[in-house]
Design a protein around this ligand. Structure first.
Ligand SMILES: Cc1cc2nc3c(=O)[nH]c(=O)nc-3n(C[C@H](O)[C@H](O)[C@H](O)COP(=O)(O)O)c2cc1C
Length: 411
């Protein structure tokens, strides 16, 4: 199946799956990781800024309409819309939530919302497809709890590449699984991980066993040399992204610092789940930071906290990185892995700077610097579609906003 998936070019001229509607973007800087001085912090403490703290949602983390979806995924609905409530809680790149659903009594159709693309951060739509796969998997996992059995057909309409799945539902005996319960408690954990508690080889093997190897394989980087090689490349890819003005702009378009904007848009990357301390999060909601400070903080956090505290890195790999079906399957696999880790008390964070940079190289004809370097760490003929780190938590992973089911259902 090869739908028109022409890469987006550097001037942001939409093509292929992009050509339906234009993309809107609000350029905002956001402190991903600490990069601010003590003087700034002192200013933040000033009483005169209290009103900004209230207005910026400093005292209201994880509350309001933007977070209501996390309490709405229970099995009590017993209808197809109940499954969409589970779907919207799926992991998805930049929290762009690139999905729409058409709901009937015994069927859900899943569509890509191509207006929610990430521009040069995802020029080949890999992350959009993986995100859609994550939403499909949540529907499958939630179906038994809602008294349904789900049968998935990927890409059912060759004439419409945005129609990524048809999910037929049959009545079945209701049963609530631990994976279903984890749907509403799974969050991306960007904190540092606990270096005193490695993830056992048995747990890595158990996670590998969850993957259907006919569609994707899971490669672990778990010994010190492998971890160093993968970690160093990820840091270098972060440096390359922040040196690329177009990627910086397209990345920043999804950062949300303003409380009111978060409550109205209910999407994007917000401060609370950034992995920062409570104090730094509070300050960064009050004091605006520049994009340059933001990117310096991102690099520092990746290099000094996220990479060095990973118990292991992983890569979900496929044979054809441009195949939509394989990408959707990887999304399904990632969601299932992360739900299963949540059940086991293991934390995870996708760390996709490498594939993001590799797609940038491919889409612009750049020298395959990162493509070649990552290929050297993978089995021959395999391509990484999704890369991540895992470890044991040191703190709570906080929820990201979500558009509720009613906002993403097609009438
Ligand atoms: C394809 C894909 C790529 C992602 N890449 C990254 C990444 O590079 N860094 C990161 O911190 N999170 C990454 N994420 C996690 C998303 O940002 C996260 O799922 C989203 O913000 C929603 O938050 P939640 O997972 O806590 O619900 C990625 C997720 C997906 C599905």
């Amino acid at each position: 199946m090869t739908p028109d998936r022409t890469p987006r070019n550097d001037r942001n001229e939409p093509k292929g799956r992009y050509d339906k509607k234009g993309r809107t973007s609000t350029r905002r800087s956001f402190l991903k990781v600490a990069g601010i001085g003590l003087g700034t912090i002192a200013i933040a403490g000033a009483a005169g800024l209290t009103w900004r703290a209230v207005d910026g949602g400093v005292f209201a983390s994880g509350t309001g309409e933007a977070f209501a979806a996390w309490a709405q995924a229970g099995p009590e609905a017993h209808d197809a819309l109940g499954l969409v409530r589970a779907a919207v809680l799926a992991a998805n790149a930049h929290n762009a939530q690139p999905w729409q659903f058409r709901v009937a009594d015994n069927r859900i159709d899943v569509f890509a919302d191509t207006t929610r693309n990430l521009g040069t951060m995802d020029p080949l739509l890999r992350e959009m497809d993986v995100s859609l796969g994550c939403a499909i998997e949540n529907i499958v996992v939630a179906a038994p709890a809602n008294g349904k059995k789900a049968a998935v057909t990927l890409l059912p309409d060759p004439a419409d590449p945005t129609h990524v799945a048809r999910i037929d539902l049959q009545a079945a005996e209701a049963s609530v699984s631990p994976l279903f319960t984890a749907i509403a408690s799974r969050h991306t954990d960007r904190n540092s991980y606990d270096l005193t508690r490695p993830v056992s080889a048995a747990e890595l093997a158990r996670l590998s066993g969850l993957i259907d190897e006919t569609v994707a394989e899971l490669v672990w980087f778990s010994d010190p040399a492998e971890k160093n090689a993968f970690g160093a490349l990820t840091v270098r890819a972060t440096e390359a992204i922040i040196a690329d003005p177009q990627q910086v702009a397209d990345d920043a378009a999804w950062y949300r610092t303003d409380w009111h904007e978060i409550q109205s848009k209910k999407d994007g990357i917000t401060i609370d789940p950034s992995g920062q301390s409570e104090f730094i999060r509070a300050v960064s909601k009050v004091i605006p930071v520049s994009t340059a400070q933001n990117n310096a903080g991102w690099l520092a956090g990746t290099r000094d906290s996220q990479v060095p505290t990973a118990a292991a890195f992983g890569a979900l790999v496929v044979r054809d990185p441009l195949d939509t079906g394989e990408r959707l399957a990887v999304g399904r696999a990632w969601q299932r892995l992360h739900l299963s880790m949540t059940v086991d008390g293991v934390s995870a964070q996708p760390l996709c700077q490498l594939p993001e940079r590799i797609d940038r190289e491919r889409s612009t004809g750049l020298n395959p610097d990162f493509g070649d370097a990552l290929a050297a760490l993978l089995p021959a003929g395999r391509h990484a579609i999704m890369t991540f780190r895992i470890g044991h938590p040191t703190g709570s992973a906080l929820p990201s906003p979500r558009r509720p089911a009613r906002e993403v259902v097609l009438s």
